[in-house]
Design a binder for this molecule. Structure first.
Ligand SMILES: [Zn+2]
Length: 64
């Protein structure tokens, strides 16, 4: 009888456009917004204060 409640499961809003987030792309509303946010990360727009050390993936040199 109270199955309608299940619909309000996603209470997060899209950080990009403010629309209700879609479970598949949480917390974003669409893949597009998720990509936009991801792009910001790549552009170092979200650089963390302090040292952001990016592992260089060294240490496993391929023997050839
Ligand atoms: Zn969005």
């Amino acid at each position: 009888m109270s199955d309608k409640k299940a619909k309000a499961k996603t209470g997060s809003k899209c950080p990009e456009c403010g629309k209700p987030g879609v479970q598949q792309f949480r917390p974003f509303c669409s893949k597009r917004c998720a990509d936009v946010d991801l792009g910001k990360w790549f552009n170092e727009e979200y650089t963390l204060p302090g040292d952001t050390e990016i592992p260089d993936d060294i240490g496993e040199a391929e023997p050839s």
